[in-house]
Design a protein around this ligand. Structure first.
Ligand SMILES: [Zn+2]
Length: 186
């Protein structure tokens, strides 16, 4: 009998580089009274807390409202050994009916992590699961570590925006992402 395993190979990492999207002069998307850069940083600090409690080493590419170029983010990540790079964003669309969570990857290993993280978010959070997508994003391309980029919801959508505006939802999102990260680890 020929079997194809659907199990994703576990990764060996001891550091998580959390990359809160945007910052400083780059606000990211602004909709429904929400500013993406602020939500990204808030989520990053919550995720840092959960991962540290689980014994992982955590590095943030920014921990205040400052502008950090994509090159600099990759440089910070590339200083770390045995790291996983997780970029945090929130999305927007001209079509305000579009809602949900997405995770982007570029490498096969990244695809495995993206799968685990989105699965955990889907189980633990309200909101639509839009799937994982391959995307040749600069921040994923220039990081040597296995890398993923999470879009936590569409700020242009009223329902997603209302959810993402609450600390309780962002806290739950941090826990769901952490559980996905841990599931991807060997
Ligand atoms: Zn963004």
């Amino acid at each position: 009998m020929f079997c194809i395993s659907t199990q994703v190979a576990a990764l060996d990492f001891s550091t998580v580089v959390i990359d809160p999207g945007h910052g400083g002069k780059d606000g990211g998307c602004v909709h429904n009274g929400l500013v993406e850069k602020k939500l990204c940083l808030d989520l990053a600090l919550r995720l840092e807390k959960v991962l540290k409690a689980k014994g992982l080493r955590v590095v943030l590419t920014r921990r205040t409202d400052v502008f950090v170029s994509l090159e600099k983010r990759a440089i910070i990540s590339n200083r770390q050994r045995k790291a996983l790079f997780v970029s945090l964003h929130f999305n927007a669309s001209k079509d305000r009916s579009i809602s949900g969570m997405e995770v982007f990857y570029r490498s096969p290993s990244g695809k495995g992590v993206a799968t685990q993280i989105l699965r955990s978010m889907d189980i633990n959070l309200k909101g639509k699961n839009r799937g994982i997508f391959y995307e040749d994003l600069k921040v994923l391309r220039e990081t040597a570590a296995v890398a993923v980029l999470i879009e936590g919801g569409y700020l242009s959508n009223k329902t997603d925006a209302a959810r993402c505006s609450t600390a309780a939802h962002r806290d739950q999102m941090a826990r769901a992402i952490a559980a996905g990260i841990l599931a991807a680890r060997s």
